[in-house]
Write a protein that binds this ligand. Structure first.
Ligand code: ATP
Ligand code: MG
Length: 259
């Protein structure tokens, strides 16, 4: 569904040249959930922005369902870290979720069903007429997730979506993502700096090297498909996988300090 081939990205501005992505080749099958981790500043956000068609690439290509990405593809939805800036404060929750559906030119009754369904799925039916600033951070992020799901994307990209919420809310949101992912079978690329979160959510975890980044490892997460915050995280295998990813990231960081 998502194919990234020899993707390269260099930021060029007068007097400054930053090679952010060395070369990334990666594919995500239909309905797969892949997590991406890597040291801070390695190029995770850059990767996501290139995949979303929000940044021009310097080389290589991205394809969604066989079609080459040259601008934001209509079949893709993105959830960013900063929920506070991703919702329109003058619109109600319902209007925020409905906006992209209007742009998609869906008929009113279909829009109404999708909005109601996605707000129900994230447990926010009662907040439909509230404004974002009347909600907690975790609730705002759930609105952003509802908006992405209502859009019925083929591919969902998430860039550290839970970095700014407390631990309990984060665990709830992780489970929400797993539930939505299972019921809607959305192809998902999930960027996080949290190793535990990557191992808990991902069916694969891609470890990136430090900048200019490349894929250091593409690791299959051989944990039972059914995940649960307490049981899954206390499995010995969970500890092994987390230890392995942790060491890989340490290695990646060591390399950058050597240079
Ligand atoms: N607009 C930009 N112009 C120039 N350089 C940039 C720009 N955006 C990012 N960079 C550089 O590209 C590299 C990768 O940045 P990026 O934000 O993609 O990393 P990241 O892995 O998302 O970091 P973090 O873990 O802190 O979110 C960094 O060296 C950064 O300084
Ligand atoms: Mg980032």
């Amino acid at each position: 569904m998502l194919e990234i081939h020899d993707l390269r990205k260099v930021y060029e501005s007068p007097g400054r040249r930053v090679e952010a992505i060395g070369s990334i080749t990666l594919s995500v099958g239909a309905g797969e959930l892949v997590c991406v981790v890597g040291p801070s500043g390695c190029g995770k956000t850059t990767l996501l922005r290139c995949v979303a068609g929000l940044l021009p690439v310097s080389g290589g290509e991205v394809r969604v369902d066989g079609r080459r990405v040259t601008g934001p593809p209509p079949s893709m939805a993105v959830v960013f870290q900063e929920y506070g800036r991703s919702l329109f404060p003058w619109m109600t929750v319902r209007q925020n979720v409905e906006l992209p559906l209007k742009e998609k030119r869906l008929p009113a009754d279909r829009r109404r069903d999708l909005v109601a369904g996605s707000l129900r799925a994230v447990g926010l039916s009662d907040a439909a007429d509230a404004h974002p600033w009347q909600l907690s951070g975790g609730m705002q992020q759930r609105v952003a997730i509802a908006r992405a799901v209502a859009y019925e994307p083929q591919v969902l990209l998430m860039d550290e979506p839970f970095a700014a919420v407390d631990a309990q809310t984060r665990a709830d949101l992780e489970d929400l993502i797993l539930r939505l992912w299972r019921s809607f079978e959305i192809t998902t690329l999930f960027v996080t700096h949290d190793i535990d979160e990557a191992v808990y959510l991902g069916r694969r975890v891609v470890v990136l090297s430090s900048s200019p980044t490349t894929v250091m490892e593409d690791l299959k997460i051989d944990l039972p498909a059914e995940r649960d915050q307490l049981t899954t995280r206390s499995l010995p295998r969970f500890g092994e996988l987390r230890g392995h990813v942790y060491r890989q990231i340490q290695r990646a960081r060591g390399h950058s300090e050597d240079r």
